[in-house]
Write a protein that binds this ligand. Structure first.
Ligand code: FES
Length: 154
């Protein structure tokens, strides 16, 4: 998308949230839904709309793991890194995912799978948990993860 069109769309999103307290996070979420990531070119428009600096907006984008600065691959695999999952093999699951995909966190494999950390998917009682393309999976071990990825063709 050309920058001018992107700027216009981001400005529309900002106007839709105008006057709302704590508007930055909802705006960034809406931008990410629209573009599948938060483009750097969107930040000045968001900053101007809210009367903050671009650095402040960038700081929020960097702080929250949910925001992506680059478009994801065709598939998105999220693996829970919070305590309950870590206690039930989450680290081994993450290591298996990294090894299979050949990427680290936030990387995208040659098969088009983006690996992202997430901090609790609400399946703590059935840890470790993962989410592939928005579909939750409980009690995931490396073998199940491999099967899930195989189903996507990745
Ligand atoms: S800690 Fe992993 S789903 Fe809650």
């Amino acid at each position: 998308m050309p920058d001018a069109a992107l700027t216009d769309r981001v400005a529309e999103i900002c106007r839709a949230h105008a006057g709302r307290e704590g508007a930055l996070l909802p705006i960034l979420h809406a931008v990410q839904i629209e573009f599948a990531h938060v483009p750097a070119a969107a930040l000045p428009t968001v900053a101007k709309a809210l009367g903050v600096t671009v650095a402040e907006v960038q700081g929020v984008v960097s702080f929250y793991h949910d925001f992506r600065s680059a478009p994801p691959g065709r598939h998105v695999l999220k693996i829970c890194r919070a305590e309950a999952c870590q206690a039930m093999g989450g680290a081994a699951l993450a290591d298996a995912a990294k090894a299979r995909l050949g990427v680290d966190w936030h990387g995208t494999s040659v098969q088009g799978v983006t690996l992202e950390p997430v901090f609790c998917l609400g399946l703590c009682a059935a840890a470790p948990a993962a989410m592939l393309n928005g579909v939750l999976a409980a009690r995931v071990d490396p073998a199940r993860l491999a099967a899930m990825l195989a189903e996507t063709g990745a």
